[in-house]
Design a protein around this ligand. Structure first.
Ligand SMILES: Cc1cc2nc3c(=O)[nH]c(=O)nc-3n(C[C@H](O)[C@H](O)[C@H](O)COP(=O)(O)OP(=O)(O)OC[C@H]3O[C@@H](n4cnc5c(N)ncnc54)[C@H](O)[C@@H]3O)c2cc1C
Length: 263
């Protein structure tokens, strides 16, 4: 259900589906107005009403692909968070507000060259990369795709089954997807599931383990990098990329990496 008035900046939508991965991590789908346009990597502004009827707005990366007829998001419930304490109470059919415009600069089509796309995410920063991988365009743009998802616990590695299915399917043509997951709290002395690494993404970049495992190096010639999630990860990775002569994408000039901080 979409309700709107022409002069309003937002539409009134409803929650369609909610899935909890853990006590605090959830994916939710909302109705999508036919005129809502976005590119994979964009984010929406979502609004919920407080007890005084005021709208609280927060940014959420779109997880669904542009071709899908709903909008999906991946969120974490922040303890005491103004927005997420209300998000937690929502049930299918409940009302949510959607800014009519989609926002953001972290889209793969801004890269003009490169043959390997590295997508580095912490926590819910995974969301935009799911949208990018569900869409077909990036598979034609790059020869190799590398997705790295870092979280605290193995239980926080949401979307694993879907990502493995995307990786195994030949639906998107010739390019390859490599998946890496890493956890910081589990695995120190206890066994981890096959393929899950232990350590922060930045540590695995600094000690070369990620590039070794992927079989290619992050260089200005071949690699383009997208970073999303925790500002500390982004800051440290940015410094590492700068030390390799890599530059951020700017509005008017080409570059090697682009980042989106969640807070
Ligand atoms: C461009 C952009 C896109 C975003 N996309 C998403 C998204 O797809 N999913 C999502 O869950 N959040 C996303 N966020 C964060 C989101 O907008 C809110 O900050 C978050 O939901 C908390 O709102 P709140 O009012 O409950 O908490 P607030 O009272 O606003 O608390 C903010 C604090 O919560 C913590 N925090 C906020 N977001 C996160 C997070 N994602 N993971 C861990 N800790 C966090 C930080 O410590 C931050 O200082 C995005 C933010 C930006 C700027």
């Amino acid at each position: 259900m979409t309700a709107t008035s022409d002069d309003s900046k937002w539409t009134e939508e409803s929650i369609w589906d909610i899935r909890y991965w853990t006590d605090t991590l959830l994916s939710f789908k909302i109705t999508r107005p036919a005129q809502y346009l976005f590119k994979p990597g964009h984010y929406s502004r979502l609004g919920l009403q407080d007890e005084h009827g005021q709208l609280i707005w927060r940014a959420y990366s779109v997880v669904s692909a542009p071709a899908e007829d709903f909008l999906e998001y991946y969120g974490v419930i922040v303890p005491g968070g103004m927005f997420t304490s209300r998000l937690k109470q929502l049930r299918p059919g409940d009302r949510i507000y959607l800014d009519k415009q989609a926002f953001g600069f972290m889209t793969a089509d801004r890269f003009t060259d490169g043959d390997t796309l590295w997508m580095l995410a912490t926590g819910t920063g995974l969301g935009p990369f799911i949208s990018i991988l569900r869409d077909g365009a990036v598979w034609k743009q790059f020869r190799q795709l590398v997705l790295v998802h870092g979280a605290r616990h193995v239980a926080d590695l949401s979307y694993t089954n879907e990502l493995q299915a995307i990786q195994a399917s030949q639906a998107h043509g010739g390019s390859q997807l490599q998946l890496f997951q890493s956890v910081t709290r589990d695995g120190d002395g206890t066994p981890l599931p096959a393929g899950v690494l232990h350590g922060r993404i930045t540590t695995l970049l600094e000690n070369g383990r990620l590039e070794q495992a992927a079989g290619h190096a992050i260089t200005p010639e071949g690699a383009r990098v997208m970073l999303c999630g925790n500002p500390a990860m982004i800051e440290e990775t940015r410094a590492l990329l700068h030390s390799r002569d890599m530059r951020p994408l700017r509005r008017a000039s080409p570059g090697h990496f682009v980042a989106e901080n969640y807070w």
